[in-house]
Design a binder for this molecule. Structure first.
Ligand SMILES: [Zn+2]
Length: 350
């Protein structure tokens, strides 16, 4: 399965060679070739400063600048052009280097099944003291981390908060508690990822309770709308799922799992590739091993909604994985291992 990763990476390498920077680079090269042709056919004159100088020296033209000034201006323009080409070259080399290093990391992931590194932040954002307090008082996952990882968690959370637009509906007021608990759920799920910000979510809508959907003509507790890049939650149900930690029901985790799945299908960073590829392995495992699938259904450990379709399977098993890891590991160690690999969840308790 991991060969698919290598193939995907090749697409990425191709992308790097089809970038805007290279397009501009090609234009510069063709323009240079054009100039050489003009010189070859002795049509070079209009490209030189002297050509314009002689034109400007016509008696009717006022002589504001001395000839030396024109040479200086010409030199300046040339300097800017050279600097521009240099910057384009550096940008292009950066892209190529990233693609090559990315390819090497994919090779590493072929065996390690995880990214080479997760956290690297030259500049770290920090939360407000009242925000940290909410995290410390209410978010168990955060409290189980060591100090270094707590710092990373806060940086990621601050970045996520800055990036997403929270809106209350039907009179619901977005408080700091709402923002922190919802965002921390996303940050927890992607804490084993390198790219953690889920760009396929722009807006988070919060209703006070289940809301009526005109599309489905039914009440909803939450949903992820990929087209609108919007995650929708009913606060009553979110907080209920959040407070009861081991009932394998957690609306926030469920909806974010859908969003992460969609996001990973559309991105080619190492964490997205591992997430999607490992989920495909899990699906194939369940498709080929009918006994295992039946055992999973019969056990009632995973709620039956999981078997609606693959997308719900993914969301429900992740909900179960986060809320009941010990039981999951004991009952279905193979599936548990796949989920741990998908999320790169190497944290205390998992
Ligand atoms: Zn769902």
């Amino acid at each position: 399965m991991f060969w698919a990763i290598v193939l995907k990476k090749r697409t990425k390498l191709f992308w790097a060679t089809g970038s805007v920077e290279l397009f501009i680079g090609r234009v510069v090269v063709f323009a240079g070739m054009g100039v050489m042709l003009l010189k070859f056919y002795s049509l070079w004159d209009f490209m030189t400063i002297d050509f314009y100088l002689s034109a400007l020296k016509q008696p009717q033209m006022p002589q504001i600048l001395q000839p030396d000034d024109y040479y200086n201006i010409g030199g300046g323009v040339l300097g800017i052009l050279i600097a521009g080409v240099f910057i384009l070259l550096v940008l292009y080399l950066k892209k190529v280097l990233e693609a090559v290093l990315g390819g090497l990391e994919m090779f590493y992931a072929l065996f390690a099944k995880r990214p080479l590194f997760i956290h690297f932040y030259p500049i770290k954002k920090e939360l407000e003291p009242n925000q940290i307090k909410i995290l410390e008082q209410q978010f168990a996952f955060y409290n189980r981390l060591d100090n270094r990882h707590k710092r990373y968690f806060r940086h990621r959370l601050a970045t996520f908060l800055f990036d997403k637009d929270f809106q209350g509906r039907e009179g619901f007021v977005i408080t700091e508690e709402v923002k922190i608990l919802v965002s921390a759920t996303a940050i927890m799920l992607t804490f084993g990822f390198r790219n953690y910000s889920i760009p396929c979510i722009k807006t988070i809508l919060v209703y006070p309770r289940p809301y009526y959907s005109n599309i489905n003509k039914a009440y909803h507790k939450g949903e992820y709308n990929a087209r609108l890049k919007t995650l929708v939650l009913s606060w009553d149900n979110f907080i209920e799922g959040f407070r009861i930690e081991d009932d394998k029901l957690n609306l926030g985790i469920h909806e974010f799992a859908h969003a992460i799945h969609y996001n990973s299908l559309r991105h080619e960073d190492i964490s997205s590739v591992i997430f999607v590829d490992t989920f495909n392995e899990l699906r194939e495992q369940l498709a080929s091993n009918k006994d295992l699938k039946q055992k999973l259904k019969d056990s009632k450990f995973i709620r039956s909604y999981a078997f609606t379709n693959d997308s719900e399977l993914l969301a429900v098993v992740i909900e179960t994985f986060i809320e009941a890891p010990k039981e999951f590991k004991r009952l279905f160690p193979d599936i548990y291992a796949k989920l741990k690999q998908m999320l790169n969840f190497v944290f205390t308790g998992y």
